[in-house]
Write a protein that binds this ligand. Structure first.
Ligand code: SAH
Ligand code: SF4
Length: 376
């Protein structure tokens, strides 16, 4: 049986308003529904007690309020949680929550897979790619809030306080849906996470960086990872289209960046590739004039990866040089190793298991082999 009802999650205010207007309802009904769906986290129209009793079944006929399906939820000993979520047409992507003392950041995916094929990134090796819809992006946050019971959206003291668009996919390659989702998430009468607590990470889709700042005003993180075009061209093919000089110019122009809201430069530490003291000095020169801070990320190896993580010595030396130039440059401690919290790993792991189950079924002639695995 196919459910033809429209999922309310992912609709913005205007869309919700016009759908209700089609049903002959007043604009205040849309506001009430917005409150129930995005502020209270309600999924059942019957529980929406401020709506007239005869209106609720009419809503339930046309609409549903559905989260993505949870394929796996893993809880790490260090408090991180990770969900492998199932979207329409069986596609899967990951969401990870990394808690800190009195708050925490939810790492949200923007695409299934990624077209940009950075050499060190496992997500870039996955063949299947599709954009997530705004509903699927907002849905990730709602699943996490369900899991921590943070409904209605608490005013203060939230565990789920921050968002980083750093999961699978390149958010600026799916700009329209990402922007729509973030506007829903930032709406003060709904999920209400402020733009100051949202960071969008990009590998450098230069033409959309400015628009992101103007439209959304969120914080910016750049996956830099190399200080010369020669190396960046090799490890991040997008650099051939938008080289370092253009990327740095876009950062200098980023609306709203200042010393209080610095641009984060992410730098994955690859042994013998980008981790020398000369690289660290060049990095400092490259960001001159930009309100910057750094995240040094130990490379997280995956099966068949062409790189190794830098030694602790090399990372420490690198960090000291960047620190001495006046920048914050923490070496990020890998979190959730026991639940494979690195980009794309859980999904690939699950697909590998599925692939071997599938092969076993084929080999044994089992009948129920309709669950063919997507390419991993
Ligand atoms: N596509 C966006 C956001 C997702 S990637 C971007 O590239 O910025 C999130 C971060 O993880 C990026 O900085 C990415 O470069 C980094 N990353 C990818 N694979 C990694 C790995 N194996 N080890 C450590 N960091 C990795
Ligand atoms: Fe895509 Fe980002 Fe991975 Fe590059 S690092 S392949 S842009 S997800």
């Amino acid at each position: 049986m196919t459910d033809e009802r429209i999922n309310l999650i992912g609709l913005d205010r205007a869309e919700l308003g016009s759908l209700l207007a089609e049903m002959g309802e007043q604009p205040f009904r849309a506001r009430q529904l917005w409150h129930w769906v995005y502020h209270r986290g309600a999924t059942d129209f019957d529980a929406m007690t401020t709506l007239a009793k005869d209106f609720r079944p009419r809503l339930a006929e046309r609409f549903c309020v559905e989260r993505p399906g949870v394929t796996t939820e893993l809880r790490s000993a260090d408090g991180s949680r990770k969900w492998l979520l199932r979207f329409a047409r069986g596609h899967e992507a990951e969401t990870v929550f990394i808690p800190e003392e009195d708050r925490g950041a939810l790492c949200i995916s923007s695409q299934v897979g990624c077209t940009l094929t950075c050499k060190f990134c496992h997500t870039g090796t996955q063949l299947l790619v599709r954009n997530l819809t705004a509903g699927e992006i907002v849905g990730q946050l709602m699943v996490a809030r369900d899991s921590y019971g943070e409904w209605p959206a608490p005013k203060g003291g939230r565990l789920l306080s921050n968002i980083v668009m750093m999961g699978m996919g390149e958010p600026l390659m799916n700009y329209d849906e990402v922007a729509k989702a973030l506007k829903i998430i930032m709406d003060g009468e709904g999920i209400a996470i402020s733009k100051r607590r949202i960071t969008l990470s990009t590998s450098g889709v230069v033409p959309l960086i400015r628009r992101c700042g103007e439209d959304l005003g969120v914080k910016l993180a750049i996956s830099l990872h190399a200080v010369t075009d020669e190396l960046r061209d090799e490890i991040m093919p997008i650099n051939r289209k938008y080289p370092l000089a253009e990327l740095m110019a876009a950062c200098r122009d980023y609306p709203g960046a200042d010393n209080a809201r610095r641009i984060t430069f992410e730098y994955v530490m690859l042994k013998g590739v980008n981790d020398s003291p000369a690289d660290a000095h060049a990095l400092v020169r490259l960001v001159k004039g930009i309100p910057a801070k750094f995240n040094l990320i130990p490379f997280n190896p995956w099966p068949g990866a062409p790189y190794q993580c830098s030694t602790m010595d090399a990372m420490t030396r690198f960090a000291e040089i960047v620190n001495a130039a006046g920048y914050s440059a923490p070496i990020r401690t890998p979190r959730g190793r026991d639940i494979m919290a690195a980009c794309g790993q859980l999904r690939s792991e699950t697909q590998r298991e599925r692939l071997s189950r599938y092969k076993t079924r084929l080999a044994t002639g089992a009948e129920d082999d309709h669950e063919a695995p997507a390419p991993a």
